[in-house]
Design a protein around this ligand. Structure first.
Ligand code: NAP
Length: 522
């Protein structure tokens, strides 16, 4: 039997008393490890984190906590090679895709270490200026932000076992709030290894970082009113969390990052010969293939003016033909595996549903694999679908196929008095009912700015690609710590990152009403 990955709760490593669940290599099919949280005393573990970890972290200043993040960065750098090996084995990703998860996490932690330093030697934050409450200026109201006296339960999706951990843990720890991480079972190994390395390095005070490896059963029951939950995963699990008594009755604060049918939009008047169309084609192919399309931010819908539908299809398909798929250990392979056979089956099912309403422009489902047995490996080539009737085919706006699949669709350019507008394209983008990100492609700054504002209410991030930033931009799907990550509606309604904005979630805001002499001492 393979190694069992223990949980770390109440300051000690603990094994569950059940049979556990196996983690597999999605290319070779080998069992790699097991996780099991059956019978763990979660209430004890949460209380230890809340009391010991919370008190120790709150005793430190922001600058001191920032230096802890810096020390974590160094530990992770030391063990980077091991993390890449685990990612290849357990996530089936090529090196470039593992980097998004591993180096993306280290970069995010490093960014919060730097941001934290700017907050200095304080233990709480002032929020805005004092406001006069009456005629006499002596009695005023000052808002303060203080770290919540609970734990941050961070529940992650399978596709980012490293970045998902640290993009949540960095702002929580910087805020002075202890973290209990629950990785998705199928890829828990990398999260486990990173947590183990950081704990062994003795950087953090006892109780500041804990991990539950295994099922989520009973986790939410251990929550108390000042705890917070930061969740990333499917809309279905999100709905269960929202209706759990801890959230519904104890008002535990919850942030949800769920699924999303993101779009890429080529603005009107971008004729085939100019730069915007090739930029769109490159980005679509990158988004379809990085991590085999298992990215919550990946482009799922590609909106182009009807006059450019054929040209766009041709440009994207030409690039997809070059994508090699199979065993990530083979240097000729550009795209590795999906995470599991279950995920492969779900992708095939979603693809079939979309194919009922679209035309298949490039079929990757039957593509030959390199160095991988199709009966075992969870690999599938990229597929581009297309429809010239996105109004009538509702499923293309509803189904998130969490794999290398996107749908090209045409929109009608509307001729106004002195301009052509993309109103129809904006309507189509909004049919995703709230997404994490939309990207815009064009060369007219004024039209791009107008379009960005049109989409801002239904998208957490609008990524604008014009020829002048072709070599500079950070990528449609890359989540940068400086920018907001999250989206309204279907995307979960959450907000993460966005620089120091992320700290709001882990702090409580309170208005202190007092004489100016008191407020001056805050
Ligand atoms: P999932 O099945 O919803 O699982 C997410 C996490 O929730 C896992 O750790 C899972 O543990 C845990 N969980 C399951 N049932 C739970 C419950 N009743 N209470 C509390 N936690 C529970 O999602 P997934 O399949 O891992 O991830 C794929 C989905 O995540 C996609 O839809 C994708 O769009 C979305 N996603 C969103 C973002 C974003 O930032 N918006 C990022 C990445 C992924 P087990 O694994 O042990 O079941």
């Amino acid at each position: 039997m393979s190694e069992s990955l223990p949980s770390y709760l109440a300051g000690r490593w603990q094994h569950g008393n059940g049979k556990g669940t196996a983690l597999f290599d999605p290319v070779l099919g080998d069992e790699l490890a097991r996780v099991d949280a059956t019978g763990l005393d979660l209430a004890e573990g949460f209380a230890f984190a809340r009391e010991q970890g919370g008190a120790a972290l709150r005793a430190l200043t922001y600058r001191e906590r920032a230096s802890l993040l810096g020390a974590i960065v160094q530990v992770l750098q030391q063990h980077r090679d091991a993390y890449y090996e685990i990612a290849t084995a357990n996530s089936g990703t090529v090196k470039r895709d593992s980097a998004v998860d591993i180096d993306g996490a280290i970069f995010t932690l490093g960014s919060y270490a730097k941001l934290g330093e700017t907050l200095g030697d304080r233990r709480y934050l002032l929020d805005g200026e004092a406001a006069r409450l009456g005629k006499d200026p002596l009695f005023q109201s000052q808002h303060v932000l203080v770290p919540t006296r609970g734990v941050a339960l961070c529940i992650n999706a399978f596709n980012f076992p490293s970045w998902g951990l640290w993009e949540k843990a960095a702002p929580a720890l910087l805020s002075g709030v202890p973290v209990i991480v629950k990785p998705a079972t199928s890829t828990a190994w990398l999260t486990h290894r990173m947590v183990r390395d950081v704990l062994e390095a003795g950087i953090l005070p006892p109780g500041a970082l804990s991990i539950v490896c295994g099922s989520a059963d009973g986790l939410l029951d251990a929550l108390e009113p000042f705890d917070v939950v930061s969740f990333t995963g499917s809309a279905q699990t999100a709905a269960q969390i929202r209706t759990h008594p801890a959230i519904a009755q104890r008002s535990v604060r919850v942030n949800i990052e769920a699924d999303s049918v993101n779009s890429a939009l080529l603005l009107p008047r971008e004729a085939g010969g100019n730069d915007a169309l090739p930029l769109l084609a490159s980005e679509v192919v990158r988004e379809m293939t990085v991590k085999s399309g298992q990215k919550c931010t990946a482009i799922r819908r590609v909106l182009v003016p009807e006059s450019l539908y054929d040209a766009a299809a041709e440009a994207i398909v030409a690039k997809l033909r070059e994508v090699t798929v199979g065993n990530p250990r083979n240097p000729d392979v550009r795209m590795g595996a999906l995470v599991s056979r279950a995920q492969l089956a779900t992708v095939r099912e979603g693809l079939a549903q979309l194919q009922a309403q679209t035309q298949t422009l490039h079929d990757g489902a039957s593509q030959a694999l390199i160095d991988a047995d199709p009966a075992v490996a969870c690999c599938i080539g990229p597929t581009l679908l297309g429809t010239r009737d996105p109004d009538g085919n509702a499923l293309v706006h509803q189904i998130e196929v969490f794999g290398p699949v996107a749908t090209l669709m045409s929109y009608r350019e509307r001729q106004g008095e002195d301009s052509i507008d993309a109103g129809h394209a904006f309507e189509l983008a909004r049919r995703g009912e709230g997404s994490l990100v939309a990207s815009l492609y064009g060369s007219d700054p004024a039209a791009l700015a107008t379009a960005a504002l049109q989409l801002a209410d239904s998208h957490g991030r609008v990524h604008v690609i014009s020829p002048d930033v072709a070599q500079l931009h950070t990528g449609h799907g890359n989540v940068m710590p400086q920018s907001l990550h999250g989206g309204p509606g279907r995307a979960g309604g959450g907000e993460e990152l966005g620089g120091l904005r992320a700290l709001n979630f882990y702090h409580r805001r309170s208005a202190v009403q007092a004489s100016t002499a008191v407020l001056d001492r805050l």
